[in-house]
Write a protein that binds this ligand. Structure first.
Ligand SMILES: [Zn+2]
Length: 108
């Protein structure tokens, strides 16, 4: 769960985005997989909920995402009491990570 301080500081955002149970689930899950108890990219510190997403640390997120729509994935993680192996990233850091992983896979 996000910290009280974060919830207090993001009243406006939560009014804007927090109407739907999907967004509430996203905030809960991304908070858990961030470093400071609120949704934040673990690499660059980006806090904009719109660009934050959950990353599968060892890769394989795309496969999992294809299997589940993101909200179903979030609710699955909550039901499973937040298994390890995930982190919160922004789209930029996520794209950079994928790019670097693709480079590693390139044949030499
Ligand atoms: Zn980032």
């Amino acid at each position: 769960m996000p910290t009280k301080k974060w919830l207090e500081e993001h009243k406006e955002d939560r009014r804007k985005y927090g109407r739907t149970w999907r967004m509430k689930m996203k905030i809960t899950v991304l908070s858990h997989y961030s470093l400071h108890g609120f949704p934040e990219c673990v690499r660059c510190g980006e806090k904009d909920l719109i660009v934050l997403c959950l990353d599968h640390i060892d890769g394989g997120g795309k496969k999992e995402l294809r299997k589940y729509p993101s909200h179903a994935w979030y609710s699955k993680l909550i039901k499973e009491s937040f298994p390890e192996g995930y982190q919160t990233l922004c789209f930029n850091c996520n794209a950079r990570k994928e790019f670097n992983e693709d480079l590693k896979r390139e044949p030499k």
